[in-house]
Ligand binder design. Structure first.
Ligand SMILES: [Zn+2]
Length: 222
């Protein structure tokens, strides 16, 4: 079914709401006009170690964070589209030719607890929008790691060392890979994943997050 038709029908039964303030919005809007006006678009220059490029749609701040929280709670709504489509537009603008999208994996017990992986939801929206396949089962997180935001830089790197494994290397070998996450803080998670992608034969690795924490302020999330 045509995506916009599906949106229209869904809208009849579950009117679309702004994922930030909860106001009713039109089926083809992502945020209400007021919230949209407050959102800070990411325009900064950020480098993920070992990756060929990084981009984000929004700066992670108090204006966008309710949408991220809604996405993580899995409340039915359009937080996945609101966070995914602007990132897809940014990627299209940048014109990076990507063969496959890999969402940042969650440890299976964390995923079981939440019931889904929010990075996967965003990756699905981007994949559909840009017609790029998504390989959610390509990488796994081997162990539960401490929340990155609670650690200093050195501990962050050690915390993630050998945390990921590519279980289906054939999906990335010889390809240009795009790693997708919801929020990026220091980029340590993306850097660690980019390294294992390369070891598995990816020819280039780009990273993208719906939100990037401010470049100069202390980190709030990962
Ligand atoms: Zn709003």
């Amino acid at each position: 079914m045509d995506i916009s038709l599906k949106q229209k029908i869904l809208h009849l039964f579950f009117p679309t709401r702004c994922p930030v303030c909860g106001e009713f919005i039109s089926y083809d809007e992502l945020f209400c006009a007021e919230c949209s006006g407050k959102l800070a678009r990411f325009t900064g220059d950020f480098t993920v170690k070992g990756a060929d490029g990084f981009t984000a749609a929004f700066v992670y701040d108090e204006n966008i964070s309710p949408a991220v929280i809604q996405l993580k709670r899995g409340v039915c709504g359009n937080a996945d589209r609101a966070l995914g489509l602007p990132l897809a537009a940014k990627l299209r603008e940048n014109g990076a030719a990507v063969g496959i999208i890999v969402p940042v994996p969650m440890h299976r017990s964390a995923r079981r607890e939440r019931g889904f992986n929010q990075a996967e939801l965003i990756a699905a929206v981007i994949g559909k929008e840009l017609s790029i396949p998504v390989a959610a089962d390509c990488a796994v997180k081997l162990r539960k790691t401490a929340a990155q935001k609670e650690l200093d830089r050195v501990h962050r790197m050690n915390n993630l060392r050998n945390a990921f494994r590519i279980v289906r290397p054939e999906l990335v070998r010889g390809k240009s890979v795009l790693i997708v996450d919801d929020v990026c803080t220091t980029g340590s998670t993306l850097a660690e994943l980019a390294a294992v992608m390369r070891k598995s034969g990816a020819i280039s690795v780009y990273c993208a997050a719906s939100c990037k924490t401010p470049l100069t302020k202390p980190n709030k999330a990962d």
